[in-house]
Design a binder for this molecule. Structure first.
Ligand SMILES: CC(C)[C@H](C(=O)O)[C@@H](O)C(=O)O
Ligand code: SF4
Length: 476
């Protein structure tokens, strides 16, 4: 172990600054010990981590800095109770309740108005804050980087370490900046931006880097849309994603239950206004993407990198750069039951899903509802809307959005992950074709042999009405 070196003058990225602020010590073998400001847990992985900690005889270092929610396997059916469709799922719920109660950790349980998907409720409650380090045993923790935090997904044993010590051992990741230039066309949003980036640079494009998203197109996104952008950083193989906080971030956080109040709020704002990359910051990698002519994006295959504009055709594996890519494309097309050169628009769908930590916030539901108002889901299409949190659900209901979804023919559910992730219970059915606002289109992700097409909320809404993959632009 050695003393922390003096900070280099200038040239620091936001990530460098956050890293330095949290560095406790440099350890051997290139590891660093970093302070962890918040640990968030959910019932699928968090209860197990707490139980292991109990069995090992360790205390939770600071229970007030740990939070838990029920989201992954709980039912989302209206009038739900503790029942879950996941075989054996009740034990995950029970263990999470027992362990959080024993440890004095706040749990956002069913019936608690703060319940919802972990990455939706953490910003909503003001638990994640600019400049904070936040970890959760869940890969989409990167979502929370949208607030200017260093937030990343960890494994269960790391969660135990973080709970017991309020620190983690980490090898400092490399850094990358992605600048989105231009202004987004009407009907095109954050989901399309991130799918376009991953499609262009591949699902391994970030190679474990902390990716800072910047540029005019990012600055003009609302905070919830920035969460959509950061949510899929992990699908780009990033360590995490983040956006430097600005006045919009501060306005979003002001008055949230766990955000600082009064004098402490003013002090926090002064510190947060310093959180940005220096003009001469150096990154290990840099790339840019102009969004001014971007089309709504839809995936055709089984990786988020298999995405094209909704007005484009399924690509030809014969044009792939190498044999491995060609083979992967052939396999994806066989799974998806598609032919090279086939137009994506017009492809009949069986189901439409609006939800998940990618696209289930109030702004997502408003955008979809604006398109659905006065229209009906095509006959034979199963359409489901699952708000990301109980707060989102209540806010949507207060605006009458639930009625728009119900009138159109959508199910209106309780908050949770639901069919974003097949937990062994509810699914769309064998080989059903689903257009979905989620973040993963892997084989069987939404149920056995389900064929998932990822898209934005407006593209999913337009497709639900058409009964086929459809371009939302003419309908907005
Ligand atoms: C179950 C959980 C560990 C998992 C994750 O880490 O992301 C899930 O949230 C997912 O989206 O696949
Ligand atoms: S909504 Fe989906 S991606 Fe997000 S945490 Fe839940 S299962 Fe994972």
């Amino acid at each position: 172990m050695s003393a922390t070196p003096a900070p280099p003058a200038g040239g620091q990225s936001l990530f460098d600054k956050l890293w330095r602020q949290h560095l406790v010590a440099e350890l051997d073998e290139g590891d660093s010990l970093v302070h962890i400001d918040r640990v968030f847990l959910h019932e699928r992985t968090g209860g197990v981590a707490l139980k292991a900690l109990t069995e090992a005889g360790h205390d939770v270092r600071n229970p007030r800095l740990a939070f838990a929610t029920l989201d992954h396997i709980v039912d989302t059916f209206p009038g739900r109770n503790d029942h879950t469709l996941m075989p054996g799922g009740e034990s995950f719920i029970r263990i999470t309740r027992e362990q959080t109660a024993q440890r004095g950790i706040q749990l956002f349980d069913l019936g608690d108005l703060r319940q919802g998907i972990v990455h939706v409720v953490s910003p909503e409650q003001g638990i994640v804050l600019p400049g904070a380090t936040v970890v959760c045993p869940d890969s989409h923790t990167c979502t929370q980087g949208a607030l200017g935090a260093l937030a990343w997904g960890i494994g269960s044993s790391e969660a135990e370490h973080a709970l017991a010590t309020q620190t983690l051992r980490v090898v400092k990741p490399r850094s990358m900046r992605v600048t989105f230039d231009g202004l987004l066309p009407h009907g095109v949003g954050a989901k399309d931006m991130i799918l376009a980036l991953i499609a262009r640079d591949s699902a391994s494009g970030a190679q474990g880097a902390v990716v800072e998203f910047d540029g005019d197109a990012v600055r003009s996104l609302g905070i919830e849309a920035r969460m959509t952008l950061c949510n899929m950083a992990v699908e780009f193989s990033a360590f995490t994603g983040l956006v430097a906080p600005d006045e919009a971030t501060l306005a979003y956080l002001e008055g949230r239950p766990f955000a600082p109040q009064g004098e402490a709020w003013q002090q926090a704002c002064s510190a947060w206004r310093q959180l940005r990359s220096d003009a001469d910051a150096r990154f290990d990698a840099e790339t840019r993407l102009d969004v001014s002519r971007l089309a709504p994006m839809v995936t055709w295959g089984t990786s988020p990198q298999h995405a094209v504009g909704v007005d484009a055709q399924v690509p030809q594996p014969s044009t792939a750069a190498d044999a491995a890519t060609r083979h992967a494309m052939d396999k994806a097309l066989a799974y998806m039951d598609l032919r090279p050169g086939q137009p994506l628009a017009g492809l009949p769908i069986d189901a439409a899903f609006i939800g998940s930590c990618t696209n289930s916030r109030l702004s997502d539901l408003r955008a979809a509802a604006a398109l659905l108002r006065g229209r009906k889901v095509a006959p034979g299409v199963k359409a489901i809307c699952v708000p990301g949190s109980t707060q989102v659900k209540l806010a949507a209901e207060a605006e009458g959005l639930h009625q728009v979804f119900l009138d159109a023919g959508f199910d209106w559910r309780e908050a949770g992950c639901s069919m974003c992730f097949y937990a062994g219970g509810e699914s769309f059915g064998l080989q059903q074709r689903v257009i979905s606002t989620t973040n993963r289109n892997f084989e069987s992700r939404q149920g056995p042999q389900t064929r998932t097409h990822l898209a934005s909320p407006v593209t999913v809404a337009a497709s639900a009405i058409a009964g086929r993959i459809a371009d939302p632009r003419g309908l907005l």
